[in-house]
Design a protein around this ligand. Sequence first.
Ligand SMILES: Cc1ncc(COP(=O)(O)O)c(C=O)c1O
Length: 448
Amino acid sequence: MSKKVFLCDDEMPTSWYNVAPDIPNGLQPPLDPETMQPMAPEKLAAIFPMGLLEQEMSPDRHIPIPEEVLEIYKIWRPSPLVRAFKLEQALGTKAKIFFKNEGVSPVGSHKPNSAVAQAYFNMREGVKRLATETGAGQWGSALAMATSMFGLKCKVYMVRVSYDQKPYRKSVMQTFGAEIVPSPSQYTNYGRSVLEQDPDNNGSLGIAISEALEDAVTSENTNYALGSVLNHVILHQTIIGLEAKKQMEIAGESPDVIVGCCGGGSNFAGLAVPFIPDKLEGKNIRLVGVEPASCPTMTEGKFAYDSGDTAGMTPLLQMHTLGHDFMPPGIHAGGLRYHGMAPIVSALVRENLVEPVNVHQLECFEAGVLFAKTEGIIPAPETCHAIRGAIVEATQNLNEPKTILFNFSGHGLIDMAAYDSYFAGELHNYSLPTEQIAESLANLPKVG
Ligand SMILES: Cc1ncc(COP(=O)(O)O)c(C=O)c1O
C-alpha cells in the first residue's frame, strides 16, 4: 500500500521566506492617509513593534525564526502532508491530491504560525497588551493562545455575525484569558457611531479592525495585531510552504497546481509563495487562490490604494479591494469576509503569477462534506473553499494525471452550526449586484 502521510523528519525550516524581493515590478509602499505620501515607519511604531516593522519592509529573502518561536511551533509542527487517496477515488480522477494539514495546531488552524511570532516580538519589546479583530474566531483564538504563552493580555473585537454563529470560539478565547466583545461594540467611539446608525449591524472585518486600532492607540502599553494581509503575516505563514516543499520531495512528487482559500491571503500565500522562485525559473506550477463569490475581492474588485479598515485609520495599501465600506453578506466562512487582499497576493495576481477564482457557498459545503466522509476530517467553512477549488482542478479532466496540493487551513469542529444550517437547507448562494460593488468602489481614497 502506498504511503499516505509525510512528515519532514524533525527538521523544521529555521528561516521564513520573504517573497517581496522576488515579485516582478515589486510592491508599492503603504501611504499615509493624511498626506498620501509613503508612510513614515515611526508612525507605524505606535502600534507595531520594530521587530515586525523590520520584517514588513525587509529586502532580505530569508529571515531567521527566533528559537522561542520554534520551540512553540514544535507543539504541532511540522504539520503533516497527506495524500487524499479516498477523495481521489470518490472523484474518479487520475489526479493525485495532497493537502497540508494546518488543522492540527492547538486551536485548529494556520493562524498560530503568525500569532506566536507576533506575540513574541511584542513581548520582546515590552508591550503588555494586544488588541485585535477576528472574523470567524480562528485568529482571535490563535492570538489568545499565543499571548497567554508570552504573558500578554489580549482583547478581541469579534465580528458580530460570527460572535452569534460560533459561541464556542468565545469559550476558546476565554480559556486563554482573552477578553472578547462583539463588533461593532460600545467600547470604542467608532463602534458606537456604527451602532447609532444601524443597531443591528452584522459587523465586518473592516469595522472590527477600526475598533481594535482605536483601542491600541488610546490604551496604555497596547499594540495592535493583524491576522492576515500584511507582509510580515505572510512571511510567518511561509513555514507551511517551506515544509510542504520538503515533504513533497520526500513523497517523490512535485505539485502542478497549488490551491488555497483567500480571506486576507495569508494561508494561501503561506503555502504558495515558497514555490514562486521555482515558477520564476520556468517550472510549470499554477497557483490558484479561491475566494467566495459573495466577497469577490480579486475577481471583481479593483487593484488600487485603499484603507484596510472601514474608518480609514490604517495606512493605504495597494491591493485588490471591493472598497473599505463594502459590507459582505453574512456567509459562514467568516474569515473570508474581507474587502481587501494582501498586497503580496494582489501584486502576484497583477503579474499573472496567481490565478484568482470564486466559488459559491453551497458547492463549498458539498465539497467539505465529501472531504469529511472520505478523509475523516471536518473542514472549516473557509477551508471548504480550498477543497472545492482542488476538486474543480481534479475533475476538469478526470484522465489528466496532475498533482494538486491544497492548504487545509483549519478544521471545522467549532463550526458545526454552519453544517447544521447547510443540512437544514437554510444556506443559499449570494450573487452580488454589480451596483453594490460599484457603490463602495466609488468611495476609494483619491490617490494622486
Ligand atoms: C480556517 C481559516 N482558513 C482561512 C482563513 C482566511 O484567512 P487568510 O486568507 O488570511 O488565510 C481563515 C480566517 O479566519 C480561517 O479561519
